[in-house]
Design a protein around this ligand. Sequence first.
Ligand code: PLP
Length: 391
Amino acid sequence: MKPSKRIKNITSGGSDGWEIFYKARKMMASGIDVIELSIGEHDIRTDPAIINAMHESALNGHTGYALVPGIAELRALIANRTEEKTGVKTSIDNVIVTPGGQSALFAAHMAVLDEGETAAYIDPFYATYPTTIRSVGALEKRIVTTAKNYFQPSFKQLDDATRKTKSLLINSPNNPTGVVYNEATIKNICDVAKKNDLWVISDEVYDTQIWTGKHISPREIENMAERTLVVGSLSKSHAMTGSRLGWLIGPEVIISKAIDLATNMTYGVPGFIQRAGIFALEQGKEFEEKISRPFNQRRKLALNILKDFPNLDHIPSQGAMYIMLDIRSTEMNGVSFAHELLDTEKIAVMPGESFGEAASGHVRIALTLEDKKFDETFRSVCKFASNLSVL
Ligand code: PLP
């Protein structure tokens, strides 16, 4: 007996770019003290007050089946938060609660693509983008950007790549680059979407982590709400990665179909997790800022350290919990650099090649250590790179 072609096709069976991560984990398990800056996981745990809300809710009986689209109160909070940010009327019928942003990414692609249709996404990309597209039986089209343009796609690149595609997946603030798409890029995306009749799937899970510039959602651009699906999550904004609580926002015609999908796959999100999500969102902007602030602080430390290393370049870290170091002056690619760094300094970072071809010659460093330790570690990475640099 064999698995289906479709499920076998999700991963190609080759390298998935995560070797460094697994190598670091293996070293740690064997007792080696490795400093881990390779994944987007906060250095704090979920706030005890949120855990308490979860606990209370479970004790109060919210342990049975929850409503598949999500508890109305939570959907309304998400709708209001979005309406406030975008100025676009958003009701609970535009929102489905999902087990994390990843599930919303899957639902969005499943809802708009027929088998064999093509879905575009921007390279560098978050690790699951190609595999999510393949999971729904669609074909992938990569739009490879350049470091020179700080990985923002141009109108021509977008237009050329999407003439025959059904959807375009974007992510700002961006993982892995830390770039926030500027007004011109968002305009290009929306213009191309209208020209080539595309669905825009906008992954906004880092929308509370903006250090410079402004986060613009395509949903807020004129006549875009009808063709935009927004992916959101409490993972990054509220340090709730393990709670698996996210959402998809879009036109009712898509959300109602995403509810059909959820009925047949996840059957919703546990009620006590959703109640904790209600509590978390009720804490408002101040709480979101408390969670995001340390990343900005460490980003500032990193930018300060980089001033001492004029032979190293970096991508301006405008948002999200990462900074991308350009290590091309070492004449190494990101993979060999990351292996050497791990072997010699016992520091794990992600090679740019894990996120596609555009970011090769770069490494992504997560801003996920407490300040003092981050400062020391980032300096060690820079020293290591600078010593290898041929400039
Ligand atoms: N989108 C991006 C760009 C991410 O970086 C992540 C997680 O790292 C996700 C989506 C998935 O997040 P969630 O934990 O909400 O599933």
